[in-house]
Design a protein around this ligand. Structure first.
Ligand code: DUC
Ligand code: ZN
Ligand code: ZN
Length: 473
């Protein structure tokens, strides 16, 4: 068959953040054209029988690091490998980061990331700018980025002094302007200077193994920074978004602020739901796999995260896909994690997860009765799209939305192995784990890009998506 003019997904169970019904869905000209019962089509339309399958909006992962320079390391997934992996995992839109270096402006950072992404991306993408330095020119460029480049969110760090950390006044200035312009500041909330002191003291005491990564980043310092970020946002009268919330110490401030009506939003990540800090109870160098920031927390924290996900104190589950190789690696990125085998502070912080987000959350969330199907879609596609100005183009199944659609088999299962995944990372935290649910087919703007194990997508077919204002309420 030559390239079909359209695709009819017949008789699938359409799940959105609010609905759940069996219907036919016609994808045409890159968008969802019609949703109905027994839709008639001509012979030039490809018909896919989706009986027994879920028809989900393509996942929206608003926290990924592809080709990101983080300190002295570069994440091992390129825009090509990372977005292909995303597609196989049922994610059709990613938001990566453009880093403002010491010498350039946010606009240069955006242009640089776009140049690199353009020929490589296999799903649609956007960028948050990491703003490390704030002055009048930077604020001017931030405004330009928002109104002319379609970049409406900015990440700032309260950790990593001397590298990426911004001071409170800089964060406040950004919150005030970006909030007034309808954008979002995303914060990495940890007290960076105290954590650096704890790291220094641990190393001086000879505590060098990877487990000390977690011991030197206590949850209380995540809580302190979260509270400070909230107060800055309150003063600035701006919405604020906390990335990678891992602990109840942070969560309790978010819950209180939301109850007071302060527009605070937050994500957690699959690894905080899948694992707890018991993995750190060893001096084995393999623990470097679990060195991400913030570190994994207690099983008690995990219970609080699930509660917050259910009751909307957390609104998003994004991956913080930040892959570094343990051993083999690709593209010359060998032994990245092993750089820190004799000094935990040298282990690049981050773990992979872009391809396993949807299926792992389906298994531990939906199948274990912790999340409804609607909530699963809301957390992984709809709300991230709303909070970051992508909705309703992305994040839902509705007439006129982009035809980014995942056919998902809830009755299938799969055992995860790193060598079956499509990214460049040589390990997965889920190695050997059997998960219920499987992505069967993925459409990007109506084009079939994943068909079972077959890759039909192309590097460069993804598009930069200019984003609008946040929909925070
Ligand atoms: N924060 C992130 O969001 N990703 C990787 C490392 C970090 O500190
Ligand atoms: Zn961070
Ligand atoms: Zn991150």
């Amino acid at each position: 068959m030559s390239t079909p003019v359209a695709t009819l997904i017949r008789n699938g169970r359409v799940i959105t953040a609010s609905d759940d019904y069996v219907a036919d869905v016609l994808l045409q000209n890159g968008v969802i054209h019609t949703i109905g019962q027994s839709i008639e089509v001509g012979p030039d339309v490809r018909v896919v029988d989706a009986t027994g399958l879920y028809v989900l909006p393509g996942g929206v992962d608003t926290h990924v690091h592809l080709e990101n320079v983080i300190g002295p390391s570069v994440t091992c997934d390129t825009f090509a490998s990372g977005t292909k992996a995303a597609a196989f995992g049922g994610t059709t839109t990613v938001v990566d980061f453009a880093l403002q270096t010491a010498t350039d402006s946010p606009l240069q950072a955006i242009a640089r990331a776009q140049r690199s992404a353009e020929s490589q991306v296999a799903v649609d993408y956007s960028l948050h700018v990491i703003v490390t330095r704030v002055d009048a020119q930077v604020l001017h460029d931030v405004r330009h980025a928002m109104h002319h480049e379609g970049v409406t969110s900015f990440k700032m760090f309260m950790a990593y002094p001397g590298i990426m950390m911004a001071d409170d006044a800089s964060i406040f200035r950004m919150l005030r302007q970006v909030g007034a312009d309808g954008g979002m500041v995303a914060l990495h909330a940890e007290n960076g200077t105290v954590i650096d002191l704890l790291i220094q003291e641990a190393l001086e005491a000879g505590h060098t193994s990877p487990r000390y990564h977690a011991l030197t980043r206590p949850a209380i310092m995540e809580g302190e920074a979260t509270h400070r970020g909230i107060r800055l946002a309150e003063l600035a009268q701006a919405p604020i978004y906390f990335v990678h919330v891992s602990s109840n110490e942070a969560l309790k401030h978010i819950v209180t602020a939301r109850a007071e009506g302060i527009p605070v939003f937050a994500e957690t990540c699959p690894h905080y739901l899948l694992f707890d800090d018991s993995v750190y109870h060893s001096d084995d160098v393999e623990i470097a796999k679990y060195v991400m920031t913030p570190p994994l927390r207690t099983s008690q924290d995990q219970k609080h995260l699930w509660r917050a996900l259910r009751y909307d104190d957390l609104q998003v589950i994004a991956t913080d896909h930040c892959p570094f190789c343990m051993k083999e690696g690709h593209l010359g990125y060998r032994m990245q994690k092993m750089r820190g085998k004799d000094d935990f502070s040298q282990i690049p912080n981050g773990a992979p997860g872009i391809e396993t987000r949807m299926v792992s959350l389906f298994d531990i969330g939906v199948m274990q009765g912790k999340l409804s199907l609607n909530r699963f879609v809301e957390l992984t596609a709809t709300t991230p799209a709303k909070l970051f100005g992508l909705f309703p183009k992305k994040g839902t199944i509705a007439v006129g939305s982009d035809a980014d659609v995942v056919l998902f088999d809830p009755a299938a299962s799969q055992t995860i192995h790193a060598h079956h995944l499509h990214g460049n990372c040589d390990y997965t935290l889920l190695e050997g784990r059997t998960l219920r649910g499987r992505v069967e087919k993925v459409f990007l703007r109506g084009e079939l890009i994943v068909d079972g194990p077959q890759w039909l997508g192309r590097a460069g077919m993804g598009r930069f998506v200019p984003r609008g204002q946040v929909r925070a309420f």
